[in-house]
Design a protein around this ligand. Structure first.
Ligand SMILES: [Zn+2]
Ligand SMILES: [Zn+2]
Length: 151
């Protein structure tokens, strides 16, 4: 585990939901699935996975958008930016949209997922690519590898 305790700030497009994250994320990801393409209006979503207790959300209360199912896609109620995702599959973790954070440039995706669905010209610098999602068992190893990487 990283002993990085630096604090980074973040916000939605309008700034009325603010984030504060502590330390290095557990993992950074790009997801190429068509759902992420639609929700981001772009080629892929970028995210940074944090332990729940490393993230503070302030300001307006986020609203649920996206799937309205097991995954809770949280949006700013005013500007409707997609800010973070929670859900059973994330356990005690929260998946923050990397582009909300002031250090997004440092959060290059370490893995990319759902490349089966990716736009043919979309590329990322991810070290590991998965045509769907990595198996849950692979995550511990991936997080360890990411923790050791300098990026
Ligand atoms: Zn907003
Ligand atoms: Zn996706």
């Amino acid at each position: 585990m990283s002993d990085d305790t630096s604090i980074h700030a973040g916000s939605c497009r309008c700034g009325q939901v603010q984030l504060k994250v502590r330390g290095k994320p557990l993992m950074t990801m790009a997801c190429h699935c068509t759902g992420c393409q639609k929700m981001t209006a772009s080629a892929f979503s970028l995210s940074a996975l944090y332990p729940l207790d490393a993230v503070e959300v302030h300001g307006l209360e986020p609203v649920i958008g996206g799937m309205h199912g097991d995954l809770h896609h949280n949006f700013c109620p005013h500007c409707l930016s997609w800010i973070f995702t929670r859900g059973k599959m994330f356990g005690p973790m929260i998946n923050v949209r990397a582009t909300m954070l002031d250090n997004a440039a440092e959060l290059a995706p370490f893995i990319e997922t759902c490349t089966d669905e990716k736009l043919p010209w979309a590329t990322t610098p991810a070290v590991h690519s998965y045509n769907k999602f990595p198996p849950m068992e692979a995550f511990a190893q991936l997080m360890q590898e990411y923790a050791m990487a300098d990026a």
